[in-house]
Design a protein around this ligand. Structure first.
Ligand code: ATP
Length: 348
């Protein structure tokens, strides 16, 4: 297991008397791809700025490789940042943009040539050295920004919504590219996004944040399959979340209907059941444990999203085929499709 490269211990920050970060504790490993994910305003960028040294926490300790760095200024930290708006120098060409930091540090021309050449190769921009920045596409500008940050050979790269300005297709391509670059340079990437699909696709560890707190940190699969609270379940992918009650050994009741489930809680406990749309099994009317009526059916590219009304409940399912609104259907859910959480563990 790799060592911790960044550790945040009990970090708190307030702006104008309002708590923005509240007791943040997090270990980030060497060579890990970590993503901060959460809704706008939850404190992702603030956490990144604390790691970069652009903001001092009101309390708590920031460690780099085990040593406290609270009072170390940004330029002395072995960390570089790629900003959403890239912040490239418009009057310099690609080569000079990437070489800028090395020239300031008075590296020899030969060393600069060697390092910039390696970076151009890494980000797939060989041959673009003399191109001016305003003649590059958004994706190419993004690559220059990454090369410029990596040329200083940091141990940690901070990326603040770096793909936010790109269109969907380019964004997907750059996701693959970023992952490849991270593997190749073998350093830690700390990435900020509010796009859950992007976070799940890229990361070794996803840190879900809301209201200045870490709601859950873990592997993408665990975050998706075993959310620790209703906020995470709701924020990561589509989910059906129901109030339920434990009525036996690995058995619960949702609105009076009994189901088997994989997690066990004490008999009589009030719990929340998370059921992903792909775990909802649709069957002919009269079959299955619940009966309902299709409210809507929307094509989502690889499946149809079917919304079903059953009594006062709404259930979202996925189906290969469209189902006409008004069609009566039966619904079944297997025990492995139901994830149970303690009630009221959400953030409100
Ligand atoms: P987004 O996805 O919109 O960038 P975020 O999760 O990165 O959001 P932050 O930029 O960390 O959120 O901001 C968290 C909260 O702190 C917001 O409510 C923001 O308005 C507030 N905030 C950030 N910086 C300052 C500042 N310098 N002064 C006052 N309030 C600030």
């Amino acid at each position: 297991m790799n060592k911790n490269i960044i550790s945040l211990e009990n970090i708190a920050v307030s702006f104008d008397g309002e708590k923005i970060l509240n007791d943040i504790n997090l270990d980030i490993k060497d060579k890990e791809f970590v993503t901060f994910l959460g809704p706008s305003g939850c404190g992702k960028t603030t956490t990144l700025r604390i790691i970069g040294g652009f903001l001092k926490p009101d309390s708590g300790i920031v460690r780099f490789d085990g040593k406290e760095i609270n009072n170390i200024p940004p330029y002395k930290r072995n960390v570089n940042t790629v900003f959403q708006r890239y912040a490239l120098f418009p009057h310099l060409n690609v080569y000079d943009n990437i070489a800028f930091g090395l020239k300031i540090k008075k590296f020899s021309d030969k060393e600069i040539q060697k390092r910039v050449g390696a970076m151009l190769e890494l980000v797939n921009l060989k041959g673009f050295e003399k191109r001016s920045i305003d003649r590059l596409s958004g994706g190419q500008q993004q690559r220059v920004a990454i090369a410029r940050a990596l040329v200083n050979e940091p141990k940690v790269l901070l990326l603040d919504e770096p793909l936010g300005a790109l269109d969907l297709k380019l964004r997907k391509d750059m996701q693959t590219e970023l992952k490849k670059i991270q593997k190749e340079v073998g350093i830690t990437f700390i990435f900020v996004t509010h796009d859950q699909e992007e976070a799940l696709a890229l990361s070794d560890k996803v840190v879900v944040m809301a209201d200045g707190k870490i709601q859950q940190a873990g592997k993408p699969e665990d975050i998706y399959k075993v959310p620790e609270n209703a906020f995470v379940a709701d924020f990561i992918g589509e989910s059906n979340i129901f109030d339920a009650k434990m009525v036996g050994d690995c058995r619960l009741s949702i609105h009076g209907v009994e189901f088997g489930c994989k997690e066990n809680f004490p008999l009589g406990d009030h719990v929340e059941a998370v059921i992903r749309p792909e775990s909802v099994i649709l069957c002919p009317a009269g079959e299955g444990k619940i009966q309902g009526k299709v409210h809507s059916s929307v094509f989502k590219g690889t499946f149809h999203e079917i919304v079903i009304y059953s009594g006062k409940s709404e259930i979202v399912a996925q189906n290969e085929e469209a189902i006409e609104a008004g069609t009566k259907v039966g619904i079944d859910i297997k025990p492995q499709g139901i994830h149970v959480m303690p009630y009221n563990q959400n953030i409100n």
